[in-house]
Design a protein around this ligand. Structure first.
Ligand SMILES: *[C@@H]1O[C@H](CO)[C@@H](O)[C@H](O)[C@H]1NC(C)=O
Length: 308
């Protein structure tokens, strides 16, 4: 191998990217030193979004970036509107799933139970995801509850990534030389660096989550895969850091705790990016599709749009 992995990563992520990574890293150490209260504020700041859909600065910024994204995607992929890369939305599903040995299976998605996040906050679960109660009471703010995709189970932990917590950055903003139009999501508060969820289980170094959906953490491999292999950049999602449950913490996931509700979400629905900033938070979207208890909870807590 001509170049060490480090050098290749540096080339591919670019200088600004590295500085940002270093900042994230130092920031994390700093955070753990000054305590969790601030970590909350930081991760909250990482997902500012709009509180109403009526055109705040952030709202406009998001819309601008979304448009930029779409245009670039069309150019890069040479896609026509008649050739969608993703399956139609009527095939997207969200369904309840059973625990396996008391643990949600890899590939399942944990939906925060509003009873434990809005009614009476369960601090440990909230801290684990960096979530904090909203001071504003808009419906959309309340509906921005944690949604975690479980990506790995090891001998001593269960790991996942927060879905839908956008950092406000694209990989290109970090000077990455590949995947420039892809958004970077905050995967959680536990340090793990960059990881990916994508639709290529056959990509070396990947592990399958559900049918047609895989995870990996080798950025170089992903670059090779879209440069020389069959991969499309549009079928990757990027996460910085993750959510972790140690094995002695997984009691939190037991159904009788009423903290998390496990579901499975079809791969295309998981991989898609929002079309606009007017889209509802993921929690509300998934809960409506899931129906049953989740829909009832969403209704009870007023988390759905009036026309839902
Ligand atoms: C994850 O991060 C939290 C907050 O800093 C920390 O308390 C916890 O020990 C970390 N868990 C693991 C498994 O690293």
């Amino acid at each position: 191998m001509a170049l060490s992995n480090d050098v290749r990563t540096r080339r591919r992520l670019g200088h600004a990217g590295l500085i940002l990574l270093a900042f994230f890293h130092c920031g994390r150490v700093w955070l753990s030193n000054i305590g969790r209260a601030r970590a909350f504020r930081i991760s909250r700041a990482a997902q500012p979004e709009d509180s109403t859909a009526d055109g705040t600065d952030w709202d406009q910024e998001l819309r601008r970036v979304t448009e930029r994204l779409k245009q670039k995607e069309l150019q890069e992929e040479g896609l026509s509107a008649t050739k969608p890369l993703f399956r139609q939305s009527d095939e997207w599903t969200v369904e309840r799933v059973e625990l396996q040995d008391g643990v949600p299976p890899v590939g399942s998605v944990l939906m925060a139970n509003p009873r434990s996040f809005l009614d009476k906050v369960t601090p440990v679960a909230a801290m684990r995801t960096g979530w904090m109660p909203s001071l504003e009471s808009s419906r959309r703010d309340k509906a921005r509850l944690p949604v975690v995709l479980i990506t790995r189970r090891t001998a001593d932990s269960l790991q996942g990534v927060l879905l839908g917590s956008w950092s406000g950055k694209l990989l290109g903003d970090m000077d990455a030389q590949y995947f420039m139009t892809r958004p970077l999501y905050i995967g959680g508060v536990n340090v793990s660096g960059l990881s990916m969820v994508h639709s290529y289980p056959e990509m070396p170094g990947s592990w399958e989550l559900i049918d047609g959906l895989a995870a990996s953490d080798d950025f170089n491999m992903a670059c090779d895969w879209i440069e020389n292999g069959p991969g499309s950049a549009l079928r990757f999602k990027f996460f910085w850091n993750q959510v972790v449950w140690r094995m002695d913490e997984i009691d939190e996931l037991a159904p009788e705790q009423g903290i998390w509700i496990p579901v499975t979400v079809s791969g295309d629905l998981l991989l898609r990016e929002p079309d606009s900033s007017f889209e509802d938070p993921l929690w509300a979207q998934y809960a409506l599709k899931a129906g049953g208890e989740l829909k009832e909870l969403g209704e009870r807590f007023g988390l759905f749009p009036p026309d839902a």
